[in-house]
Design a protein. Structure first.
Length: 318
């Protein structure tokens, strides 16, 4: 029985998450793995917005910042459990994306990119300047999730790195499953038609404005959840999570791995998270080498790393 593309993708992802710890030389790599999963969740949202719907956002780190600071502020000021604060951050991000997306998604091309960039910068400025509430550039502490203690009481004693590795891995699998289901749904097919040609999609009855807004809201929720998980695992957060460079990293990860593919984007997130760790041997030339590697990938593998590799493998098989 032949597996569907969705099932194959999920099985590969689950296998990688479960088997990778066998190769970890130390507990530090659980922390790196958890960071890869957090980045991959945000990048999966970029796949929905850019890979499916063909829209660009250079300010998605703003939603990550909302999710992160919701987990820091809501338990202190509203008395919410950190898990409920995560949900609250996602809900706030969804509402804000709906309000902001209605006017800016009427724009196209680089006008849309600049508008979303402005939104991200605005969120970053608020987090930096509202010192009494957010701690300003110094950041603030984030309460413990508490789930690891419950697991310990139930007889499952995990280190902090192991817990966050598997917890973020489970959330990533769920995020990928939802994105793959969307791809194969009528809404997903309409989004891909919109990506191909707005005019053609509109002529066959696709509500272009509504679909753009839906993709923007969904991707904002993904970014918010990733920001919340980053804050909860670090137990500390600064406005850098909502900074311009974080937005650029999200888009770069998606494009590097293959923005039209969920598994490709996750692969891109893994590569761009791991590469700086590997390139530390170049000392002060690390950023230069990293930029050179990314340029070469974009020049010689313009479809992204994973789709290009798979295409070459299939070509050899044929």
């Amino acid at each position: 029985m032949k597996l569907s593309a969705k099932s194959a993708t999920l099985l590969v992802l689950i296998a990688l998450i479960l088997l990778s710890p066998v190769l970890f030389p130390s507990g530090y790599y659980y922390r790196v793995g958890a960071l890869i999963f957090v980045n991959a969740i945000a990048v999966t949202g970029i796949v929905i917005l850019t890979g499916y719907a063909g829209q660009i956002s250079l300010g998605h780190a703003g939603f990550a910042g909302i999710g992160a600071y919701a987990c820091a502020l809501a338990p202190v000021h509203l008395g919410l459990h950190p898990s409920l604060a995560l949900v609250l951050g996602a809900a706030i991000s969804a509402v804000l994306a709906w309000l902001v997306g209605r006017p800016i998604l009427r724009l196209k091309g680089y006008y849309l990119g600049v508008a979303t960039l402005g939104f991200g910068i605005l969120i970053s400025m608020i987090l930096n300047n509202e010192r009494q509430l957010t701690g300003g550039p110094d950041g603030m502490e984030v309460p413990d999730l508490g789930l690891r203690g419950l697991l310990r009481d139930a007889g499952l004693d995990l280190t902090n790195g192991q817990f966050w590795y598997f917890f973020c891995g489970i959330v990533l699998i769920l995020a990928a499953w939802l994105a793959l289901n969307l791809f194969n749904s009528p809404t997903g097919r309409a989004l891909r038609a919109l990506h191909g040609s707005e005019v053609a999609a509109r002529t066959v009855g696709v509500d272009v404005a509504r679909l753009k807004l839906q993709a923007f809201v969904i991707s904002a929720v993904y970014a918010s959840v990733s920001g919340s998980l980053l804050a909860l695992q670090n137990k500390f957060i600064t406005p850098d999570v909502a900074g311009f460079m974080h937005s650029i990293e999200m888009v770069t990860m998606a494009v590097l791995g293959g923005v039209g593919s969920v598994l490709g984007a996750i692969f891109g997130a893994a590569v761009l998270t791991l590469l700086p760790q590997v390139l530390t041997v170049f000392a002060e030339y690390e950023q230069l080498v990293l930029g050179l590697v990314m340029m070469l990938v974009m020049i010689f593998l313009p479809q992204g790393l994973l789709p290009s590799i798979l295409r070459k493998v299939r070509g050899k098989d044929e």
